[in-house]
Design a protein around this ligand. Structure first.
Ligand code: TXA
Ligand code: MG
Length: 354
């Protein structure tokens, strides 16, 4: 299959998306930018589109997809209207009033029209209304319901640029819409509204504190920052080794001097063995490391930049065939918890405390 590559910036006229909408309506696949990461879209109400998404990503079919909408009212067709679920929808509306459109995904009981292929056989559906103008226009052109996982091959970091989508998806999908670099760089926050109190299944830009201001108590799935509970994560996708670079990654945590000394020792050993090395550092520390590739994720205090840089750095290490990587640990305030969650998964929870 030949993959068409079109450019459509957020500020531009959206007629470029007419064809993308036609492709989606006909059961094809189109990758597109959102404010979090690039998504790999298919018609959410067409079971064969969802099957094609799983094939293109090489993703296990028990891992459900997020259904993207482009206006609040459209949620009513895809979620259950049973009286016993009414409270959940009330909560969803409260959150939507504050956070939609935006980087928040809500889990709700699904209606009949959402195929089992889209929800990985679950009776619930994940719904998100993205704020990215190109994404919104594409969803509208496609008929209102676009299933879209991140547009990476299963197991690789989510794409922050169209060129990374092309690396993974060229020849596997019908079209890639290039909208430049994404804004946030990590996937949306997922909150499960089918449980009381609501629970965060994946941390992101919208934090627990922000959700709790609207809903009262909100909990966090304990598997998010530790693998010690022995429990499986509640979002099926979070159980897979995800966001993983090709090389081996270790997080080194502790005071800055101790971390730099430890990492430089390890780098020396690795170099003696002829291994290509990399370090994920910060602006404050990058100059101190003696690796083949030292990449700063930004200022230590600027967790938004760190979030935006993380997947790009992991992809760059892959492109440069780095075999052994060390990363500093980052503060867990705000989106920092999402950064550490993804970093821990990329490192297979391999952390050294110095
Ligand atoms: O920011 C995002 O959310 C991006 C952009 C493209 O919108 N999408 C994204 O999709 O990250 P994906 O498929 O890569 O991640 C979806 C996650 C998976 O971990 C999946 O298991 C979980 O959402 N999920 C989807 N439906 C669910 C459900 N009904 N119950 C629990 N978890 C669900
Ligand atoms: Mg993903």
């Amino acid at each position: 299959m030949e993959t068409r590559f079109v450019t459509c910036m957020e500020s531009e006229d959206k007629t470029c998306l007419k064809e993308a909408g036609q492709i989606l309506k006909a059961g094809g696949l189109v990758a597109f930018p959102t404010e979090t990461v690039y998504g790999l879209g298919g018609d959410a109400l067409n079971p064969s589109s969802s099957k094609r998404i799983y094939e293109a990503k090489g993703r296990p079919s028990d891992n459900p997809l997020i259904v993207h909408i482009c206006k609040w009212e459209d949620i009513y067709r895809i979620v259950s209207d049973a009286p016993e679920h009414a409270d959940m929808l009330v909560r969803a509306k409260k959150l939507a009033d504050v956070f939609w459109p935006g980087p928040l995904t809500m889990i709700l009981p699904k209606s009949e029209i959402v195929p089992a292929e889209t929800t990985g056989g679950l009776s619930t559906v994940a719904v998100r209304f993205p704020s990215h103008k190109t994404a919104q226009a594409l969803i509208a052109e496609a008929g209102g319901y676009v299933a879209a996982p991140s547009a990476n091959t299963s197991g690789k970091p989510s794409p922050t640029l169209a060129k990374y989508v092309a690396e993974d998806m060229n020849g596997r999908i019908d079209m890639i819409v290039d909208g430049g670099e994404v804004g946030i760089g990590l996937e949306s926050t997922i909150v499960d509204l089918t449980v009381e109190p609501p629970e965060i299944l994946r941390p992101g830009y919208i934090t627990r504190e922000m959700l709790a201001e609207v809903l009262g108590t909100v909990e966090t799935d304990i598997t998010i920052l530790s693998d010690k509970s022995g429990q499986a994560p509640k979002a099926p996708g979070m159980k897979y080794r995800h966001y993983a670079p090709k090389g081996e990654l270790t997080i080194v945590s502790g005071n800055v001097d101790g971390v730099v000394t430890y990492v430089n020792e390890k780098l020396k050993e690795a170099k003696a063995l002829g291994k290509k090395t990399g370090v994920i550092a910060t602006d404050e520390t990058a100059a101190f490391y003696q690796a083949d590739a030292v990449k700063s994720a930004g200022k230590r205090s600027d967790e938004l930049t760190v979030a935006k840089r993380l997947y790009t750095i992991l992809r760059e290490f892959d492109d440069e065939d780095v075999e052994l990587m060390y990363s500093e640990a980052f503060a867990e305030a705000g989106i920092g918890q999402a950064v550490m969650n993804r970093l821990l998964k990329a490192a297979g929870h391999h952390v050294i405390e110095v």
